[in-house]
Design a protein around this ligand. Structure first.
Ligand code: ATP
Length: 217
């Protein structure tokens, strides 16, 4: 059986080192064969991104270039309809078949909101979910919504090696280097004319400065 494939969706408005460390550490902690980055088109849970899909995609491509374990899936970023994760997973099942282990990577903040996602409980019939720690967002059954807490307890793996033994259905958690970086913080710094250096790759910062992006709040 091939190694599990990590799937990392996000707005990436812009991509930053919190995202990159999450993907990099997920490979090691979860035994993934690689991570496919999937920039969202119109995200259903938030306002319109501040820059175009093509610009967010270009920044993700620049940030991930040179890492042979990373690939970028550009098929949703320009879609006019909302990007629902369950539809992404259904599309990938058609492409990759029913046997491949797929692991949806999410930060603890995103996981806590899972029950608000379109057809959220169907996600477990399509993929595993791996939750990374994020500063300020504990992954405790007691701090999750009741419905999710029950699912979390029932599906949680004690050991990430269980991700290899089924195509989906389980929940793993992993501790990553804690980086209290957010795209919101970066957008605010840039719109105030302040430095965002060392929060995101220089290639992304160069792209932001060249185009120029995020100048207005
Ligand atoms: P924003 O501030 O605009 O909401 P964000 O920085 O949270 O953006 P997203 O593109 O919304 O970035 O996040 C994509 C995924 O990355 C989500 O699952 C989120 O939980 C995770 N993530 C983002 N930043 C971090 C971080 N610093 N540490 C761990 N996970 C993170």
């Amino acid at each position: 059986m091939s190694e599990p494939l990590g799937l990392f969706g996000g707005t990436f408005d812009p991509v930053h080192f919190g995202h990159l460390r999450l993907a990099e550490e997920a490979i090691g902690h979860l035994g993934l064969g690689g991570v496919r980055w999937i920039p969202a088109g119109q995200p259903p849970h938030r306002g319109t991104p501040q820059v175009t899909g093509a610009q967010r995609l270009a920044m993700v491509q620049g940030a991930t270039a040179g890492n042979a374990c990373f690939s970028v899936d550009a098929s949703e970023v320009e879609a006019p309809a909302p990007s629902y994760t369950v539809h992404t997973l259904e599309r990938l099942r058609v492409e990759l078949g029913s046997e491949r282990s797929l692991v949806l990577l999410v930060g603890a903040d995103a996981f806590a909101g899972l029950t608000t996602w379109h057809r959220w409980s169907d996600i477990f019939s399509l993929a595993h979910v791996a939750v990374s720690h994020r500063p300020g967002f504990p992954i405790e059954p007691d701090s999750l919504p009741a419905e999710l807490s029950g699912i979390f307890n029932a599906r949680r793996l004690a050991d990430a090696s269980g991700l290899q033994t089924a195509p989906g259905g389980r929940i793993a958690t992993f501790a990553m280097t804690q980086l209290a970086i957010s795209a919101t913080q970066i957008r605010q710094l840039l719109s105030n004319g302040r430095s965002a250096r060392y929060l995101l790759p220089d290639s992304v910062l160069d792209y932001i400065q060249t185009h120029p992006l995020y100048r207005n709040p």
